[in-house]
Design a protein around this ligand. Structure first.
Ligand code: C2E
Ligand code: CA
Ligand code: CA
Ligand code: CA
Length: 275
């Protein structure tokens, strides 16, 4: 028992240091990446759950880093949020999505994620108005997806902003429903156009009867409230069938297509037009 008193050992895990360094580097590189167009949307198909017909795409951000390769949004969105580059990132993804979706058929919509930080920190209504004007993309074909966390910190402000966006003609989706606290009060605070059932619920569908009951009730409730219900993360034909029977309207997941780059989207669109 030697060296009592100076025996405090701080365990040092080299992988923690690597994570820390990578994060620091990404935070620095983010600014240039946004300027250089290294961050852009992939598009994941959304289909009518009954007919399988393509109804739209969700734009999902990807970073093609010149040295580190592809980086996913779970890694860089939180960095963008804390370093306040989320406003620029959001502007960048929305602009590109609107430009690229101009080439989609008239009945194909596009959904874009809006982060809490972006929504409460910036003049989002002004930004969206400008982007719609400069790209010419019709507001009626755009959906913005927000998670319930927007309603948590400043519910009145959030509802005011969301109503302003709706007045532009845009649809608003409540994303990731079923995670977090999912208080039913969020369904009351705003007239959502769409409800997205989180993948974690869809995952458990086949083997958890309680999960099925919850989904059926949520679908009924949302439908009653005039919302379209989208199921996220549909991977199997079984899940598809169960969700279809539950009355879900739209499905999104690997079963119907992964997020894909814009040139692949054009191939998907050609196929969807084929007889
Ligand atoms: P999200 O909005 O819930 O998007 C759905 C996520 O599930 C996507 O992950 C998508 O690739 C993935 N996914 C879809 N279908 C399946 C499936 O069948 N199986 C599995 N295993 N995964 C599936 P992704 O693209 O990694 O995005 C992660 C999250 O990052 C998104 O979750 C969203 O919250 C955020 N995000 C992505 N792009 C943006 C953006 O442009 N702005 C903001 N603010 N957030 C974004
Ligand atoms: Ca989303
Ligand atoms: Ca989700
Ligand atoms: Ca039903």
């Amino acid at each position: 028992a030697k060296a009592l008193g100076k025996g405090i050992v701080v365990k040092f895990d080299p992988s923690m240091r690597a994570d820390f360094e990578r994060r620091g580097r990404l935070e620095i590189d983010l600014k240039l990446a946004l300027k250089n167009g290294d961050i852009f949307p992939f598009y994941q198909p959304q289909v009518d759950i009954d007919t399988g017909k393509l109804v739209g795409f969700e734009a999902l951000a990807r970073w093609n880093h010149p040295e580190l390769g592809w980086i996913g949004p779970y890694e860089f969105i939180p960095i963008a949020e804390t370093s306040s580059q989320i406003v620029e990132l959001g502007r960048c993804i929305l602009t590109t999505a609107c430009i690229e979706a101009m080439a989609f058929p008239d009945d194909v919509r596009v959904s874009v994620n809006l982060s809490v930080g972006q929504m409460l920190r910036d003049d989002v209504i002004g930004m969206v108005t400008d982007i719609l004007a400069s790209t010419g993309f019709p507001a009626e074909r755009l959906t913005l997806e927000v998670t319930e966390s927007v309603m948590m910190s400043e519910p009145e402000l959030a509802a005011r902003i969301l109503n302003g966006l709706k007045e532009l003609g845009i649809s608003i989706a409540l994303d990731d429903f079923g995670t977090g606290y999912s208080a039913l009060s969020y369904l009351r605070q705003f007239d959502w156009d769409e409800l997205k059932i989180d993948k974690s619920f869809v995952d458990d569908l086949g083997h958890d009867p309680r999960c099925l009951s919850i989904i059926e009730s949520v679908v009924d409730l949302a439908t009653e409230l005039g919302m379209k219900v989208v199921a996220e993360g549909v991977e199997t034909a079984d899940q598809h069938e169960i969700l279809r029977k539950s009355g879900c309207h739209i499905a999104q997941g690997y079963l119907f297509g992964r997020p894909q780059p814009i040139d692949q989207v054009h191939v998907t669109l050609l196929k969807s037009l084929a007889p």
